[in-house]
Design a protein around this ligand. Structure first.
Ligand code: IVH
Length: 698
């Protein structure tokens, strides 16, 4: 698209004004109505046009321009600011059951002097957001300051940071704004924004936020507005502060919030006008049931007497209004102590670390275990036995250790926890435990033998592309394993008709069919057998490559990592997985039992023996070659029957060294291995031909 000419100042002013109105309209649709009107790309285009215009005509910049959300200077401290009207807190109803709502209604009725025959009191029921209370002051419709609650009388002015909250309008949507209108509400962080932000931080190796609440509070109290701007915050209004000159102010709380929506201020749609206690209970129960589906954390609901004249009549006790109450839900985060760290072996052999906790009531249940995910998570949070931690349980999600309370760590500090040190062998089967390069999980290598992996291993073993035992599905595998009839795939070949026919939902006919399928599966191919073993990172295609390359199982079993790297498409991770698998005696034992049971396949010499110019030769590549990529060089060597190894040893025939070759070159010199450059390699690969033929080739 052509860049539009920069218009003259008069045109520019009109265009900037039009752009601001349009951007504000889209913001309103997006943040307040929750109904986006344009695709992000179009919005970005409008925004960039306005930015360019303002850069060309700085005199046109207005304080409430949407481009002015970021840009302030870092502060040394926040200025203190006295609230025109104190920011009060709300009384918390101590009874967390739904009955708490009835207690509140009864008290309100009594204080209003109502008797049983009087109509039900009307309430505004809302969510209790879990963030940071903020007072937004609009003078003649323009945001002039944003202040935290502080001690209720005096707060901190955090205007620069609050301006970075996209959903806070910098100007109210009205042509006749009241001279003063203070909007009160909560700045918070949505859970998806929290997760996304943390994922980005983790990737960059930067510190993460403990929870959305701390995320919101931390960014608002961040002295550098540019840092605050990077944290994705949201805002919902729930009331008013000082108001001057608002002629047609509404008579109820709910109508006030409706007007705020019209003025462009975001208000949560999760609110209801309730008549009487039953309606409050229904609201409470409904929100409680949907709590975990909400896109942000709440810690309960709030009930407010809806009519403002009744609010005035009720007044305040000390610093709390008599007309409002917070009805909390059970907390989803609590403190407790890590008594031990153990591991659980999953179906795929991954060892998941689990914190054993001093029992704590959180999220409505007593929690004694919480997942620590993996070693990286343990390291990142630095969780140690004896630590006091924040545990979170939300919905049906597995309880999780959110963070360690650093200043409650015992003295002397307990050691860091390393899974591989605490569990060198699998707690389920005693097979050795490894962590492969580039993988987060620590794994048990006893795939064929480990009881935790039994069902998974059997299902895979019997699957169509593996041993193809028709009829051996998950229901049957469950029964065979649960009854102790099958421990490893080898036991499948010991099952007889009588045993199978004795299983649940197993007719004589299907038992006979299964017997036949088991028998038929014994005659297989090497590729299928390798695939059936369920070696980590060895899929069907790799199994075929391995079978073709080695031709015989024993050659595969004896292969070193370097041998394996010579196989097409086998990289270091696959090579490691294979070596680890066969290094585990438990697995080898099962393989031998399978063979003893009659599982067999045709073997061959394999293709690596085929004669080429480099047949039987092992080469090591190091450094950067002038024209060949590493893969291209490897391909050429393999095509000539040679093998490319990862490290230099006495068995290495040649080291091909390019620019910036390091320790491998030194090792080759030390061992007296022949060293080639790229031309030397090409020379090796060229057919020993007369110069006449070579000329023809060119
Ligand atoms: S009304 C006079 N409504 O709860 C009443 N407060 O103790 C003033 N809060 O820190 C508060 N959601 O930030 C009200 N829907 C809601 C709320 C809410 C969360 C917070 C507020 C304050 C605390 C009140």
């Amino acid at each position: 698209m052509a860049v539009p000419p920069v218009p003259g100042s008069g045109d520019a002013a009109a265009r900037a004004d039009a752009l601001r109105r349009e951007i504000e309209r889209h913001n309103y649709a997006y943040y307040v109505l929750d109904a986006p009107t344009v695709p992000d790309a179009e919005y970005d285009r409008l925004f960039r046009e306005l930015q360019a215009l303002e850069a060309a005509h700085p005199e046109l910049v207005t304080a409430d321009s949407p481009t002015r959300r970021v840009g302030g200077q870092p502060l040394d401290e926040f200025p203190k600011r006295r609230h025109a009207i104190p920011m009060l807190s709300i009384r918390t109803e101590t009874d967390t059951t739904a009955a708490g709502a009835r207690t509140f209604d009864a008290r309100v009725r009594k204080e209003l002097g109502l008797v049983e025959t009087d109509a039900p009191v009307e309430y505004a029921a809302e969510l209790k957001f879990d963030g940071l209370a903020i007072n937004l002051r609009y003078e003649h419709g323009v945001l002039v300051s944003a202040t935290t609650r502080g001690d209720g009388e005096t707060g901190e002015e955090v205007t620069q940071n609050v301006r970075t909250v996209q959903s806070v309008p910098l100007r109210l949507r009205t042509d006749q704004p009241p001279p003063v209108l203070e909007v009160r509400g909560e700045v918070f962080m949505r859970r998806d924004d929290f997760e996304r932000y943390n994922a980005k931080q983790r990737e960059a190796g930067r510190p993460t936020l403990v929870n959305p609440r701390n995320g919101a509070a931390g960014s608002i109290r961040q002295l550098d507005p540019r840092l605050a701007a990077q944290r994705p915050l949201s805002f919902f209004a729930y009331g008013l502060g000082e108001v001057q000159g608002w002629t047609d102010a509404p008579a109820t709380h709910s109508a006030t919030l409706d007007v705020l929506v019209e003025l462009g201020v975001p208000v949560s749609a999760e609110r209801r006008v309730c008549r009487g206690a039953d309606a409050l209970v229904a609201f409470h129960d409904d929100v409680a049931a949907r709590r975990d589906q909400l896109p942000f954390d709440i810690d309960g609901v709030v009930y407010k007497v809806n009519r403002l004249d009744q609010q005035r009549a009720l007044g305040f006790v000390t610093r709390e209004p008599r007309w409002a109450v917070a009805h909390k839900f059970p907390a989803q985060e609590e403190l407790t102590v890590v008594e031990a760290i153990e591991v659980q072996v999953g179906r795929t052999g991954a060892l998941t670390p689990v914190a054993r906790l001093a029992p704590v009531f959180v999220g409505g249940v007593t929690v004694t275990n919480a997942t620590l995910h993996n070693q990286d998570e343990i390291d990142r949070k630095d969780v140690r036995v004896g630590d006091t931690v924040i545990v979170r349980r939300a919905g049906d999600v597995i309880p999780e250790v959110v963070a360690v309370v650093a200043d409650r760590r015992p003295h002397p500090a307990p050691p860091r926890f390393a899974i591989l040190e605490a569990y060198p062998v699998c707690p389920e089967c005693g097979s050795h435990v490894v962590r492969l390069e580039g993988e987060a999980a620590v794994r048990c290598t006893g795939g064929l033998y480990c009881p935790a992996q039994r069902k998974q291993a059997l299902l895979h073993f019997a699957s169509r592309r593996a041993m193809d035992i028709e009829g051996l599905g998950d229901k049957l595998v469950d029964q065979l394993v649960d009854r102790g009839l099958v421990h490893t795939p080898a036991d499948v070949y010991g099952l007889d008709l009588a045993t199978l026919a004795g299983l649940d939902r197993m007719a004589e006919k299907s038992a006979a069919n299964l017997c036949a399928a088991i028998e038929a599966s014994k005659a297989t191919t090497l590729a299928r057998f390798i695939f059936a073993l369920g070696i980590r990172n060895v899929g069907e295609a790799t199994a075929k490559d391995l079978a073709r390359h080695f031709g015989a199982l024993d050659r595969l079993i004896a292969a070193t990592e370097d041998d394996l790297l010579a196989v097409r498409d086998v990289g270091p991770i696959v090579a490691q997985s294979i070596v680890q698998f066969f290094a585990e005696p438990h697995n080898l034992d099962v393989v031998r039992k399978l063979q003893a049971a009659g599982v067999r396949w045709p073997e061959s010499a394999g293709v690596q023996q085929s004669g080429g110019r480099l047949a039987g030769k092992t080469l090591v590549l190091t450094g950067t070659l002038p024209t060949l990529t590493r893969d291209a060089a490897k391909e050429m060597i393999e095509a000539a029957g040679g093998k490319v190894a990862g490290s230099v040893s006495k068995k290495t025939d040649y080291v091909v060294a390019g620019a910036e070759a390091g320790s491998k070159l030194a090792k080759a010199q030390e061992l007296g291995v022949a060293i080639l450059d790229e031309d030397g390699l090409r020379g090796l690969l060229q057919p020993a031909a007369s110069s006449g033929q070579r000329a023809l080739d060119l």
